[in-house]
Design a protein around this ligand. Structure first.
Ligand code: SF4
Length: 342
């Protein structure tokens, strides 16, 4: 007979497989680079109540603990209201290869900057204050500031972490999945980190986030085939559009996410495909129209912005702010399901 902990873990893997197979895996992306534990708590609270199946987090134990606390608080609220408790969302921690934009941090080179302030309004996370010293914990490395910069004054750094130790701490704090952001050219360094990820989570789902920034369609397929050798039957591919963050709710913004997923789907490789990067409330609809199969949608900037007004209100979660945020988030979650509306 299996120990109780092990059988709960097996049930959780089976449930995740079912959610992915049915195209009902909505994942909130708090941001691989978002180290603001308080914001993560608020977002996780709202989206757990809205029925998110997964929450994607920066690989920091304090951030994982904040999300775990939010999930528990959400479930306590549901219990107190006498409603059936929703399944607890799967917490994923994101780590990345040096060079992948999801795990880099922007810095404004003050000597080169002419203080035109063009970067301030384009930042999706409000990480650039009027002092133009970027708030590192909020930066998700999206690159919008460097696109807006007329002075070429933005540079990027990649924080070196001791990957195995950090991931073990995150798993101990309550993470269940790991996602490797691997939008870099060379296969070999990616496969080395992938070996670590698959070893740390034997038998559980592991995810890779890929885009077509450096990889041809053929090389994208080769990378997935090689990664599958270590994770057959339990591999999620998060197909990322470029740019990686959108914010607008139109078809054009989400077009590249669907296009990347289309390329992966046509390989017919046995992976669970999540759409990501510029995703919004139109993504699932566009994928359905294009005949692109998907296991779910991962939404970052758009999902966060949708509820910023409420979660940043001084009264949050009181004064009706939580209810209002959950209502908006719920509509987004429903729109992102394979069988969702419209
Ligand atoms: Fe970071 Fe993007 Fe904001 Fe630049 S625009 S500071 S890369 S989050």
């Amino acid at each position: 007979m299996k120990p109780i902990g092990e059988s709960i873990a097996c049930d959780r893997v089976a449930l995740q497989r079912q959610l992915l197979a049915s195209g009902r895996f909505f994942k909130l992306i708090c941001g691989a680079g978002n180290e603001d534990a308080e914001e993560v708590y608020k977002l996780s609270l709202v989206y757990t109540l809205a029925g998110a199946a997964g929450i994607d987090l920066s690989a920091r134990p304090d951030v994982v603990r904040a999300a775990r606390r939010a999930v528990e608080d959400a479930q306590a609220r549901v219990r107190a209201a006498g409603r059936p408790e929703p399944p607890s969302p799967y917490l994923t921690v994101s780590v990345g290869m040096p060079g992948d934009p999801h795990v880099r941090k922007a810095r404004i080179i003050q000597d080169a900057c002419t203080q035109c302030n063009a970067c301030i309004p384009v930042c999706p996370t409000e990480a650039i204050p009027s002092s133009l010293v970027i708030i590192e914990s909020r930066c998700i490395g999206c690159g919008a500031c460097s696109v807006a910069c007329q002075d070429d004054a933005v540079s990027y750094t990649h924080k070196t972490i001791e990957m195995e130790a950090v991931l073990r701490d995150c798993l101990a704090a309550g993470a269940e999945n790991i996602e490797l952001h691997a939008a870099v050219r060379d296969h070999e360094p990616v496969l080395k980190e992938w070996e670590l990820v698959t070893r740390l989570l034997p038998g559980q789902f592991v995810s890779v986030c890929l885009d077509r920034g450096y990889l041809s369609n053929r090389e994208l397929q080769v990378r997935i085939e090689r990664m599958l050798e270590l994770a057959h039957g339990r591999m999620i591919v998060q197909a990322d559009g470029i740019p990686m963050s959108g914010g607008r709710d139109d078809y054009n913004t989400t077009l590249q996410a669907v296009a990347t997923a289309d390329v992966v789907a046509k390989t017919k490789l046995p992976v669970h495909l999540l759409l990501s990067g510029g995703t919004n409330a139109k993504t699932a609809q566009l994928a359905r129209l294009c005949g692109v199969p998907f296991a779910g949608v991962s939404v970052g900037t758009f999902a966060r912005h949708l509820v910023y007004e409420e979660i940043n209100a001084p009264a949050f979660p009181g004064g009706g702010t939580l209810e209002s945020a959950v209502e908006k988030a719920d509509a987004l979650v429903q729109a992102c399901l394979q069988d969702g509306s419209p």
